[in-house]
Design a protein. Structure first.
Length: 412
């Protein structure tokens, strides 16, 4: 089969969707499929960095298109970057040969509309891999006004993508319910979480020591948030805890990643003179084991309105290194269900947003236990969330013609 994959990021970018799509593309190519990827020339979190316009990587044809590089400093800048990328994608894909299947993700928002339109015109199958559910996410974040002309137009484009899809891949049951609420038949929605990078990400003692030494963390109890910094993952409660923590108590708060809120967090740390706060950019996949292993406690955050709209992908890599987890967010959610399912097998704490004292107490509790903790990964984690558990199911969905129900057994 000929597959066309559409997404803003792809290898060698380090964004989460780039890593997952790259692994999917490699698996499809290994199975003898012809794979073409149309993606952006600009790095996701560094618009000044450019990748080659076109190359073949391990049998995969990668076509990279240009776009504006205004960055994430303002909503209009992000909108301009998204729009210019989608326009350039359109001008490129219309001249490609017909593909048997088109797979679209959700970066930038509603690139799925381009994929759905192309598949309809060319008579291809269309698979919609919903990493973030827009424009609903933008409405929840306050970026779009409910009922506005723009919102109605974007919602119409989203519904068109959903209706045209041969299959829709949702990341959890909450996201599936949001999709079904749009009038989509439940049997057309497959629930598959993104897998952990268990081939590359595991507890790494050498990498841990290297990372801690490089960033002055030796002898410290490290509380780490690693991933996208955005309004969907509000960090204010964790920042409030760090504000109250006195320097010299042996605890360091480490914020690793990027996104629209990363500059704000970094500015807060610098202007506040918080020497016990460290801000670092995204880590390459081959160094991710070391950076994640460097923390005694990993923090995962979900904004209250975003259950079913975004998915906390970072939890899977955290579980794969066996790090204790502090979850800050609503209950129920996909995260709360995962941690509940692992109760008794995994060290975790949870608290709602705004519960600063409870979050601080959870950090102290884990710190007191840290000397007795091991990094054993529960068998249930490997069986449910590993790449070899999830990726073959996704490939099987994409190789299908949509005529048979292929909904796999759900995981928590």
């Amino acid at each position: 089969m000929k597959f066309l994959l559409l997404n803003q990021t792809f290898h060698p970018d380090v964004a989460s969707t780039a890593q997952h799509l790259s692994e999917l593309a490699l698996r499809l190519a290994e199975r003898g499929h012809e794979v073409t990827v149309v993606t952006s020339r600009r790095a996701y979190d560094d618009p000044e960095r450019r990748f080659p316009k076109e190359e073949t990587w391990r049998g995969i044809r990668i076509i990279r298109v240009g776009s504006t590089g205004f960055g994430k400093g303002a909503k209009w800048k992000r909108a301009a970057d998204f729009a210019s990328f989608i326009l350039r994608c359109f001008l490129r894909v219309v001249f490609l040969p017909r593909q048997d299947a088109v797979v679209a993700l959700t970066s930038p928002p509603l690139i799925s509309f381009l994929g759905a339109w192309l598949a309809k015109v060319r008579g291809s199958r269309f698979f919609y891999w919903v990493m973030d559910f827009n424009p609903d996410e933008a409405i929840a974040a306050g970026w779009l006004r409910p009922g506005s002309l723009v919102t109605r137009g974007l919602d119409g484009m989203s519904r068109f993508s959903l209706r045209q899809a041969t299959r829709i891949i949702a990341l959890d049951r909450f996201m599936r319910d949001r999709i079904v609420a749009k009038g989509i038949l439940p049997e057309r929605v497959v629930v598959l979480p993104p897998w952990s990078h268990d081939g590359e990400v595991k507890y790494d003692l050498v990498g841990r020591e290297r990372f801690r030494k490089a960033h002055g963390l030796d002898g410290k109890f490290v509380v780490m948030y690693s991933g996208n910094h955005s309004p969907c993952h509000p960090l204010d409660s964790l920042m409030a805890v760090a504000e109250r923590w006195k320097e010299g108590e042996g605890v360091v708060f480490c914020f690793v990643g990027g996104g629209s809120e990363f500059k704000r967090v970094k500015k807060w740390a610098e202007q506040g003179g918080h020497k016990h706060v460290v801000c670092l950019p995204y880590q390459p996949l081959d160094q991710l084991s070391g950076s994640l292993s460097a923390a005694e406690l990993q923090v995962v955050v979900m904004g209250d309105p975003f259950v079913g709209l975004v998915h906390p992908c970072k939890i899977y890599n955290i579980l794969s290194i066996g790090a204790p987890v502090l979850y800050v967010g609503p209950n129920p959610s996909h995260l709360s269900e995962i941690l509940a399912a692992l109760d008794g097998e995994y060290v975790s704490r949870s608290a709602a947003h705004g519960k600063v004292e409870k979050i601080a107490a959870a950090i102290r509790e884990v710190r007191q236990q840290s000397g007795n903790l091991n990094r054993e990964v529960p068998t249930q984690v490997r069986s449910l969330f590993s790449k070899e558990a999830i990726l073959p199911k996704l490939v099987r969905v994409l190789e299908s013609d949509g005529s048979q129900p292929l909904v796999p057994k759900e995981v928590p």
